[in-house]
Design a protein around this ligand. Structure first.
Ligand code: UDP
Ligand code: MG
Length: 342
């Protein structure tokens, strides 16, 4: 088997800014995305590249991007073999970047590309990470806004790593920060937490999050609840402590209740009552036990998934316009079955 292609950083030493764009069924969005992003990028006086990661789209997103690549050497497409989820897609994209500053951007234009120049300026002033913090969440329901608010607070209560409030994956990271991030090899990739774990000097830009320009969100409530649980359990083991706390509380209540019954029986003699309180106790204890077992199971499951050491994603092919690249900067073509030249 031929060896997979390494992003040849030497040939692209002059790439300054890399955009990483995860794409999952965003065909409707792409024309507008290219229009807005390219108009911003073309005004920059530094070299840029875009790495799209097609996370198993079934709506022709890949084909569309390939058509654009045919005329634009600065765009590459990493096609994953199936849908691995946004977190894996972003990781795959980050691994293929060659720039000195890397920006992660959603394909649905919820992260306005017009902020890119400001992000770069902020990075050039000497920080390693430029965080984009949402000022508003236009187009999202009250319930979503409210649940996001509660969730961030809860997350920070539990985890030892401070996870910044109201930030998503939209951010700029220096090469140093990305390389540090990529050393984290865990399979449960809770990106927000991983980003925060890396730390480094950080600037914050506040922005207004736009509503999705077309298509619909891939996150329904069950998926969001899954992500929320992932966040809570992958960055702290305090839920296990809560389980212990609940157990202790239930046990102490049980002891007090037991004593009270004994005393009552001694003083008032035996009366066959207490059926409702008995049922209440039994179901309370049952609930506490099931919850604790569930929490425990969550961690055991995580350990199991990590123990398998599976790769985070599988690349089916990397599409790039090598011919054009070769003409322009004398790029040494690396023979690889992974690379398809348009
Ligand atoms: N995405 C992805 N894989 C997935 C789900 C989403 O690559 O399994 C991409 C999607 O195409 C978009 C970004 O991740 O570019 C954010 O997705 P979405 O807009 O659905 O999430 P939200 O903005 O609602 O958090
Ligand atoms: Mg979105």
């Amino acid at each position: 088997m031929k060896k997979p292609i390494e992003p040849s950083r030497a040939a692209f030493e002059d790439v300054v800014v890399s955009l990483v764009v995860p794409v999952f069924n965003e065909r409707m969005m792409l024309p507008l995305f290219f229009e807005r992003v390219l108009s911003v990028l073309k005004q920059l006086s530094l070299r840029w590249e875009i790495v799209f990661v097609d996370d198993g789209s079934k709506d022709g997103s890949s084909q569309y991007i390939q058509e654009v690549i045919a005329n634009e050497k600065r765009i590459r497409l990493v096609r994953l073999s199936r849908n691995f989820g946004k977190e894996a897609a972003v990781t795959a994209g980050l691994e293929q970047t060659r720039g000195k500053a890397i920006i992660v951007l959603d394909a649905d234009l919820q992260d306005p590309p017009e902020y890119i120049p400001a992000m770069i300026e902020s990075w050039q002033s000497g920080v390693e990470v430029v965080l984009m913090q949402r000022r508003s969440r236009a187009g999202e329901s009250c319930l979503k806004r409210w649940s996001a608010h509660i969730y961030y607070r809860l997350l920070n209560l539990t985890s030892q790593t401070d996870i910044p409030v109201d930030t998503g994956d939209f951010r700029l990271m220096s090469r140093k920060a990305v390389d540090a991030l990529l050393t984290l090899k865990e399979r449960n990739r809770y990106m927000k937490g991983l980003f925060a774990w890396v730390g480094m000097s950080t600037a914050i830009i506040r922005y207004d999050r736009a509503p999705r320009a077309a298509g619909e969100t891939k996150w329904d409530y069950p998926a969001l609840i899954g992500l929320a649980l992932e966040g809570l359990t992958s960055f702290s083991i305090s839920p296990l402590r809560w389980a212990i706390g609940m157990g202790l509380l239930a046990a102490s209540l049980g002891v007090i209740f037991g004593l009270w019954i004994v005393i009552k029986t001694l003083l008032l003699g035996e009366v066959t009552s207490g059926y409702p309180s008995l049922i209440a106790m039994v179901s309370f204890l049952g609930g506490v036990q099931l919850l604790s077992v569930g929490i425990l199971g969550e961690y055991v499951g995580k350990t199991y998934m990590e123990a398998k050491q599976r790769p985070i994603y599988v690349i089916e092919e990397i599409v790039e316009n090598l011919k054009k690249v070769e003409q322009e900067i004398n790029y040494e073509l690396v023979e690889s079955s992974y690379v398809k030249t348009v």
